[in-house]
Ligand binder design. Structure first.
Ligand code: MG
Length: 260
């Protein structure tokens, strides 16, 4: 959506801040032996205690607060009591926090949506590089989020980093506008599509590159949610919610300790 009033911007900032803080908190809990279920419970409690709702829970019947996607899982992994993290895994965690506000008798949702991939214990340097480069591509995409630029400026900045690192780019999923119904137009691809759609001040969007150590191709598992790489090579995912301004992009979901 395009925000026009300061009060709307404040709610997006509040939602983004809580989402970022929650993501940072659960990323610090990642260690061998913890289950994705425990990460999910912690996140749900923190979001609710912060006065918000877990955006994903119930969204298209998704059963949990976070998506937890391990190794070859790209996105939308479902937290599970039996899924124990082990040394050398990489875990992608994605979450949303929603502030539901009644405005003029009408309910309105303000959402912060954010993700990152972290190592569990020691991981091999090549895998660490995949994580670092995917994160850098998010930052490059954010830098391109300036009023007057096109969606292709974002996709192109991300694609260039993927190409330099010889990574697969997930093409079936990508960033999106954020509005009261969570996902909104425009779709924001992580590669050049020739899009001439221009960014405007007040736009709230999520940018979320997903890079694979192998090829581009992904498939959906039988659970109807979990997306995995076709070749079972590991994947990384980083996401921020951004407010486009007249000047520098505002990173709504920036984490307290994040250096960009
Ligand atoms: Mg998103």
């Amino acid at each position: 959506m395009i925000v026009t009033e300061d009060i709307q911007i404040d709610f997006f900032k509040k939602a983004g801040k809580l989402a970022g803080e929650t993501l940072e908190a659960i990323s610090k809990l990642v260690k061998p032996g913890i289950t994705t279920w425990e990460l999910d419970e912690f996140a749900e409690k923190m979001i609710r205690e912060g006065g918000a709702l877990p955006t994903f829970k119930g969204y298209r019947k998704f059963p949990a607060t976070i998506c937890a996607s391990i190794n070859e899982e790209v996105v939308h992994g479902i937290p599970n009591r039996n899924r124990v993290l082990k040394e050398g895994d990489v875990v992608s965690m994605d979450l949303g926090a929603t502030f539901r506000v009644v405005e003029n008798g009408k309910s309105m949702d303000y959402i912060g949506d954010t993700a990152l991939t972290v190592p569990c214990g020691e991981i091999n340097p090549r895998l660490q590089k995949l994580l670092d480069d995917t994160k850098e591509s998010l930052y490059a995409g954010i830098k391109a989020c300036r009023a007057g630029n096109t969606l292709d400026d974002i996709g192109g900045a991300i694609e260039d980093i993927a190409k330099a690192g010889l990574y697969g780019i997930v093409r079936d999923y990508g960033g999106h506008g954020i509005g009261p119904n969570y996902h909104e137009d425009p779709l924001i691809f992580n590669y050049r599509t020739g899009s001439k759609v221009k960014l405007k001040p007040g736009m709230v969007i999520a940018i979320e590159p997903m890079f694979n150590q192998g090829g581009d191709r992904v498939r959906l598992k039988a659970d109807g949610w979990t997306v995995v790489t076709q070749d079972y090579k590991p994947s990384a995912h980083f996401e921020h919610s951004i407010l486009v301004t007249e000047d520098e992009p505002y990173v709504l979901t920036k984490r307290p300790n994040e250096v960009m």
